[in-house]
Design a protein around this ligand. Structure first.
Ligand code: FAD
Length: 317
């Protein structure tokens, strides 16, 4: 079933979460260990992230360097098919522009269609570490908007280089990303929202936000989007901070502000356990307020760890 149909049919705030494919060489059971504890809360859908390859250079002697492309977390589509079959839950594979030509993208979409997966989250992806800014693949897409155009085209039976042929349309529900505190590269929030509107006009059925820790940022953002004519559901993304590393890494990496009262409590924490207990308490408080305002779903970023999300969900559902 499509995410948009789950959202339309429900009268209450749904529960959904996002998992990461295991690291290359790790057992698929590590995925089950992340999902099993959350299934009793009846998620409406489970997202699986996509991880682009990294480039490393290996010494080959005599001053020669070999360029090697490594994909550390392969298997997004296969994992989606497995989760759908094992848990009977809808899955949302993430699909990015980076590293994909338009033909690779079409192949991936055809695969989803054959597997009976009804959803996709369409993203640009970040630049790889060796690039100063995002560089699309040859004949690939520069922005998520263009990827969405391609998916929406396929939903109308428009395949590449096959203008003449009668082709079976796909029927994929398209999600896209949005940023209540603006995307890191955006000039400002106004331009970011203007581009966001183009993603929706291109065919995005709903949006999922980057994580945020201050609900007023989400409420203000939704209000601004509505004023700019973006009418699709905007699902809040939540992430509990659970260790000291998160505190220094997450706000900086994702360019997110922490509200004063939360930050002042966080700086008093000296152990991972203290950060985790506070993170759970803070996220429950955020989630309760969001539920009271009838948001479409609470979407939790697990980043491969589900204990904290479980502790939160058990207080909400
Ligand atoms: P876009 O919408 O293309 O926007 C990128 C930037 O370009 C923005 O600054 C925007 O303002 C600007 N822009 C957009 N359109 C135009 C245009 N037409 N002309 C000029 N400027 C434009 N990354 C992964 O690699 N894998 C994942 O699985 C993944 N999952 C994510 C899930 C969510 C919910 C979110 C919020 C992010 C996720 N990301 C993931 C990160 C995402 O790929 C990065 O944030 C990336 O830098 C931007 O992706 P986007 O789809 O928002 O890009």
């Amino acid at each position: 079933m499509k995410v948009i149909d789950h959202l339309r049919q429900s009268k209450r705030t749904l529960f959904s979460f996002e998992v990461l494919p295991p690291l290359k060489g790790k057992d698929i059971r590590s995925i089950y260990a992340g999902i099993d504890p959350l299934m009793e809360f009846k998620p409406s859908f489970v997202n699986v992230t996509y991880h682009r390859e990294e480039v490393i250079y290996k010494e080959r002697g005599q001053g020669l360097l070999q360029k090697i492309r490594l994909r550390k977390r392969p298997g997004t589509v296969g994992i989606c098919a497995m989760i759908k079959a094992k848990y009977d839950v809808d899955t949302v594979p993430h699909l990015i522009c980076g590293g994909f030509s338009r033909e690779d993208t079409e192949d991936a979409l055809i695969e989803l269609n054959f597997l009976g997966i009804d959803n996709v989250l369409a993203l640009r992806g970040d630049p790889i570490k060796s690039e100063p800014h995002f560089i699309p693949e040859r004949d690939g897409h520069m922005y998520a908007e263009h990827l969405i155009h391609q998916i929406a085209g396929l939903n109308r039976g428009k395949y590449l280089y096959d203008e003449e042929q009668e082709a079976a349309p796909t029927n994929l529900c398209i999600g896209a990303a949005c940023y209540p505190e603006k995307h890191a590269e955006a000039l400002n929030l106004a331009t970011d929202i203007a581009y966001l509107k183009r993603k929706v006009d291109a065919g995005a059925d709903y949006l999922v936000t980057q994580m945020f820790f201050d609900n007023t940022r989400y409420f203000d953002f939704v209000e601004r989007c509505r004023k700019e004519g973006i009418t699709v559901p905007i699902i809040p993304g939540l992430k509990p901070l659970t260790n000291l590393r998160h505190v220094s890494f997450i706000p900086k990496t994702f360019k997110i502000d922490l509200p004063d009262d939360y930050a002042l409590e966080l700086v008093k924490c000296t152990t991972d356990e203290a950060v985790k207990a506070l993170g759970i308490e803070w996220t429950v408080q955020q989630a309760r307020e969001l539920q009271a305002r009838n948001v479409p779903s609470l979407h939790f970023y697990t980043m491969g760890r589900s204990e904290a999300v479980r502790a939160i969900a058990s207080q909400l559902y």
